[in-house]
Design a protein around this ligand. Sequence first.
Ligand code: NAD
Length: 587
Amino acid sequence: MMWEFFKFYLPTRVLYGPGLSKRIAEELRPYLKGNYRVLLLTDPFLVKNGTIDSIRQSLQGSQLEIAAIFHDIPPNSELSVVEKATQLGVESKCNFIMAIGGGSVMDTAKVVNILMVKGGDIHQHMGAQLIEGRVLLPSLFIPTTAGTGSEVTEFAVILDSQNKVKLPFTEEAILPDFAILDPQLTVSMPPKLTAATGMDALTHAIESFVSNQANPVSSSLAIYAVELIHANILQACAVPDDLEARGAMLVASFLAGVAFNHAGVGIVHAMSHALGGVYGIPHGVANSIMLPLGMEYNLESSAHRYARLAEAIGVLNLKPAGELAKLSAHLPPLHSLLQNLSFVDEWLALQKAQYFIQYIRQLNQRLKGLAGLPTNLREAGIEDGLGRLDEVVQKAMDDGAHLYNPRPADAQEIRKMIRRAYEEEWPAIPTGKAEIKAAKLHAEKRRPKNVFKDEQMLYDILLGFFEKLKEHPEIGPKLHATGLSVRFNYANPDSSIAIDGRGPEVVFFKGEEARKFQAQVEMSMQADFAHYFWHGKANLLQALARREVIAKGDVPSVMRLLPILEPAYDLYPRYLRERGLHKIIVD
Ligand code: NAD
């Protein structure tokens, strides 16, 4: 395939890691150019559940001083909220924006940033690319849903509640400088919110994949996002504290966000923006209901693209359920049809695409069973018999999202889809453990903290172990042959060990003696890091990149030790066991 033109740009530095939100100051220190007065924007739930307090405490005494907190941001945030938060930020002389929350918080923060810098009336700033350059306040976004991907998009949508319309803002300048993805913050999401926000991310991925602006970068990101969501959404709903599933969903939401930031979304979003504006339906819920209908609408233009997604997730091997099961009972198995008719390329693509749409429908039905996700607009809260259908259709036609749709939007077709979404019944499909792959609890692997109670204990354990390595018939001679001298500086407890391998015998020093020792390499780290390292559970290269370990001197020589040390990772837990120190062994 030849592309005539595409561009890719992401000024946001994205950091991922469970628990990362408690280490914001350390993680951002290398990139911050001074001290900042932070306006923290969030919502009432995250204050109540303690998230904000723990982040605030972790920032005390850092370059990021929380000067003001605005925590009154509701779902589907609106203009008056943006104005109040802006006022607080200006009065408190803030020069840094921090958003912690779902899409509503993040979108509010983006528009607050515009107003704080540009001033004037909010309506003046509506539109696309009115701001040149990265002139807004620096910002850090921490999503707590997975999600909107707003942490990596140049879009913000704010409700004008008087006119019942969601106002769009599109500015490259509002892309945050930093995004921290911490799956621990998403664990508190109840299943229904997990399902709705996860389907929002899936909609971003699918619509950007079939978009008329799709490019190789957006397509690559979108396809992996679809795979991740397929593999993890049911698990994240069924086992909310499964950090692995939560992490995968958060990453998928981020990838899908980058994808649609470059390729746009489509008709499903046009309809769900309208449903959100007129009826206040939560964005993810509206997307999940409209997604299979929008995909059917696009089938004629996008069968090959849907087929590609079907192949990516192996949906053709899935056992059909519900309506599809009844239908397919009368058909030969799909794979035999495929084999017999494999020369009919278009037909094949269409079959696979239809299967994919059925899969999406069934996913909604499974999420209904698992998490109570509504599968029609009545269940989503529309109670007026769809009395404002005209308004919804008009707003969907006016929405910019359908410009990226592979098939031009048609008002009559939109009307039909909304009506179907209101009338059709899609009962829950029960989902057992067998269907949720790997439905085990992967709760956070707890690592012991502050393992060495004092300097004495550290020397006793680590020096004892180093002596063991020295005596080891395989490792000892190899280490000695490197002729290396190293000093380890530990924190918590503050202590030092030096190893001198230059002479006829390896010699160890500790405490003051070690501190005075001139080594070829000096490595500083938390003592706990050393403990994990000797278990083979810490990645030294990653730790160096993240400045968890600071190395001075001839670092490549130390790196060359790593293969020699590999057998030591089994020895260390064994050594601890022999000494009766079972409690500090890391599983
Ligand atoms: P949301 O931000 O509206 O939050 C919904 C509810 O979830 C709130 O009550 C909130 O308190 C709660 N919540 C948030 N995090 C939680 C957690 N960890 N645990 C428990 N509860 C939690 O929901 P959303 O779906 O993330 O965002 C929707 C908004 O984002 C809509 O306004 C939509 O238009 C917008 N959006 C923006 C973009 C973009 O690119 N800017 C993309 C998609 C959607």
